[in-house]
Ligand binder design. Structure first.
Ligand SMILES: Nc1nc2c(ncn2[C@@H]2O[C@H](COP(=O)(O)OP(=O)(O)OP(=O)(O)O)[C@@H](O)[C@H]2O)c(=O)[nH]1
Length: 317
């Protein structure tokens, strides 16, 4: 390690210690010329202290964000105070490959960084010391945990068969839409629909083919609604869609499109081709329902009427 001119013998053991410690230690003068570079930095960069000694850091490591580090170091030197950056703000300063076996999935070493002012004999800050901590294991497990939590959060609101919202999540949105109407008077329309004679599909073609029909229904629905609309699987073969800022007539057009698309399509399964239809109930939110459940009930009445009226139709209530 290139600590220049250690003054006394007793200084050597201190240098040895800093040489072997599992933390990166770099001393820079205020022109960013490297004055010290310990074993950790040598091992991970492949650059020895004699190779980098007195060279400008940014010339050896062009990846280092020069503007950012300059601002940090200037502030440290001017205020004579330490600065800290965590891997969450900036994953690393030195792009070192991650070599740890346990966290082998991470390509680069995550680093926390401390920058400390160092004063010369006159008491003026004329150097800074960078301490580079390898926090890959911690960062890696935290990121894995975050990914797992995200996945769990998604799973807990998603219907496995169709990828639509599950009943609980969808009902929460119906509730939220109802509250928006109560507070801001923003209208919305609710759609409930159900596959006609679905029991016969299952009985004739089997449960797996029935599942295929349910999936197909979800796909047709998704491809006919906007991103701001929310589709959910309400029950076995019953679906719901919230259409914000849409009136009943607008909803009827969308629902007719879905109904026709399904009527005209064929689901090909290993047990044969399946043709099927759906019945649809529509309820625009106006004064009347006292809670979201009553709104749901109204749309369901429309669905019931559609079934009673002969199925394969859309009824607005
Ligand atoms: N394959 C499959 N079938 C399901 C699923 N969930 C519910 N079912 C079936 O869906 C059928 C629903 O039947 P019914 O409620 O009698 O209604 P339907 O035969 O569709 O008749 P109508 O609604 O009156 O037109 C039942 O046979 C359930 O077993 C599922 O996830 N997969």
């Amino acid at each position: 390690m290139a600590f220049k001119n250690p003054q006394t013998d007793s200084f050597h053991w201190l240098v040895d210690m800093l040489e072997t410690v599992e933390v990166g230690l770099v001393v820079l003068d205020l022109d960013f010329r490297v004055q010290a570079w310990n074993g950790f930095m040598e091992n991970h960069s492949g650059i020895t202290s004699s190779q980098i000694n007195d060279r400008v850091l940014f010339e050896v490591f062009p990846d280092i964000p020069e503007g950012w580090l300059t601002r940090k170091v200037d502030a440290v030197a001017m205020l004579n105070t330490r600065a800290f950056t965590s891997w969450e703000q900036r994953p690393y300063l030195f792009k070192f490959r991650n070599t740890r076996p346990i966290t082998g999935t991470e390509e680069y070493m995550f680093q926390n960084l401390t920058i400390s002012p160092l004063s010369g004999p006159t008491g003026e800050v004329d150097r800074v010391c960078l301490l580079v901590y390898d926090v890959t294991e911690f960062a890696s497990s935290k990121r894995a945990l975050e990914r797992a939590n995200d996945k769990l959060a998604t799973l807990s609101i998603t219907d496995r068969l169709t990828g639509l919202l599950n009943r609980g999540a969808w009902e929460n949105l119906v509730d939220a839409e109802y509250e928006r109407f109560r507070r801001y008077g923003q209208s919305a329309t609710l759609v409930m629909f159900d596959i006609d004679h679905f029991k016969k599909v299952n009985d004739t073609h089997g449960h797996l083919a029935g599942d295929e029909v349910i999936r197909h229904t979800a796909q047709v629905t998704l491809s006919n609604i906007r991103q701001t609309d929310s589709a959910g699987r309400y029950g076995g073969e019953e679906f719901g869609v919230i259409l914000p800022e849409t009136d009943a007539e607008g909803a009827r057009i969308i629902c007719e499109r879905i109904r026709t698309a399904i009527e005209e399509s064929t689901v090909k399964t290993t047990t044969g081709d399946i043709r099927y239809t759906i019945s649809v109930g529509i309820s625009q939110l106006e004064e009347g329902p006292e809670n979201y459940m009553q709104w749901l009930q109204k749309a369901d009445e429309g669905l019931y009427e559609a079934k009673e009226g002969g199925r394969n139709r859309v009824v607005v209530v």
